[in-house]
Every structure is written in C-alpha cells, then in structure tokens.
Design a protein. Structure first.
Lengths: 112, 111
C-alpha cells in the first residue's frame, strides 16, 4: 500500500499552460506539505496544511495555489507555467509537527 | 547565507569504508535534527532523528548533534553499495512545521 501517492509522476507541458498535481495519503496524518526540489537537489517547502488549514505559505508566486479538500488530500494547481517551474514536486505528510515526515515519490514537471 | 549548509559532494568510497557526512546551521532555535536518504528518482525517506545535542545509533548509522558548534553529523559504518544515495540533513525549531533542508550529499559506495 502506497502511503503518500501523487499523480502524475511525470508531466511535460508547454509554457503558459495550467496544470495540477494531486496528492493523497492513507496514513491518517493531519498535516500535509508541498516541497519543491530544484535541479541541484535542494528541497524547499512551499505550502503546508494542518487539518485543511493553511499554516505555511512560503514566498511562492501566486500562480501556485494549493487546495486541501480534506485531511487526506492536498492538490497543487499551477497557472501560466514558466520554464523556471521545471522541478520535482514532492507531497509529504506527518502527524502535527511530527519529525517523521513521509514523502511521496515526486512529480517530475518539465516546462518546454 | 543559507540557513543550513551541506557539502553536495559527490563522495565516493569503497565498500566497507566509513562514510562521514555533516551539516552546519545558523539558526540557534533549531532543536530537531533529521537525516533523510533519497535514492535516484524516489522521495526522501527518514533515516535518523535526534532531539537537541547528543548521539544516536541505529544499526550501522550514527547521528551526532553538537548544538554549541551548530554542527551535525551522520556516520555510516561498513558501507554497502546499497547505501549509494543522496543524504539530506534537515532541521526545525520547536512547534514549527517547517523543515529546513541542506542541499544533500551524493554518496557512491563502490563494490
């Protein structure tokens, strides 16, 4: 059973398009995250939700909009994609501010 | 200056060697320290977690935290080719959901 699953795993799209990445966790966790990993493997948090409430909103262009319909799901919608958005996006979850954060397998986004 | 500094390597060692990884940080509020392992094309997975200063051992892995020097280390004894991965340090302050990551060190263990 996959604990944190995200779709799609690979996504190639043109500049200016709008795309979404979906994430689901079956661990019963109450906190979910979106992280971005750039080409140098540097992981940086973008957003976090606790019980569907936005608790972390880092300096991210407002073209990125997260949505958490319930505790088990956290989706990421990106408008007007730019070349610089190409990266790996990881969804993750934890219990509260838990130190055991479970990551998904990542979604490889390439903007051409 | 980044909050967490980690030498990206790459680091190549022969099988059986001790791998030594480290990170330095600038935020004295950090209290929780973690090491994640990330295989190619996979998500990071938690290896070790340490609270405040001290040592923690788990099998072939030992994590050390020196808060006075703002320095953390991970040692891998008797390294195996299956240990070849990128190792990321991460840390956070109390009651903070935000983890700050190092850039990751890529390790290759040669058979």
């Amino acid at each position: 059973d996959t604990a944190v699953s995200q779709t799609p795993k690979y996504l190639v799209t043109q500049m200016g398009n709008d795309k979404s990445i979906k994430c689901e966790q079956n661990l019963g966790h109450d906190t979910m995250y979106w992280y971005k990993q750039d080409s140098k493997k540097f992981l940086k948090i973008m957003f976090s939700y606790n019980n569907k409430e936005l608790i972390i909103n880092e300096t991210v262009p407002n073209r990125f909009s997260p949505k958490s319909p319930d505790k088990a799901h956290l989706n990421l919608h990106i408008n007007s994609l730019e070349l610089g958005d190409s990266a790996v996006y990881f969804c993750a979850s934890s219990v509260g501010t838990g130190n055991t954060i479970y990551f998904g397998e990542g979604s490889w986004l390439t903007v051409v | 200056q980044k909050e967490v500094e980690q030498d990206p390597g790459p680091l190549s060692v022969p099988e059986g060697a001790i791998v030594s990884l480290n990170c330095t940080y600038s935020n004295s509020a950090f209290q929780y320290f973690m090491w994640y392992r990330q295989y190619s094309r996979k998500g990071p997975e938690l290896l070790m977690y340490t609270y405040s200063s001290g040592n923690k051992e788990d099998g072939r892995f030992t994590a050390q935290v020196d808060k006075s020097s703002k320095y953390i280390s991970l040692f891998i004894r008797d390294s195996q080719p299956s240990d070849s991965a990128t190792y990321l340090c991460a840390m956070r302050s109390a009651n903070d959901y935000k983890l700050s990551f190092g850039a990751g060190t890529t390790v290759t263990v040669r058979a």
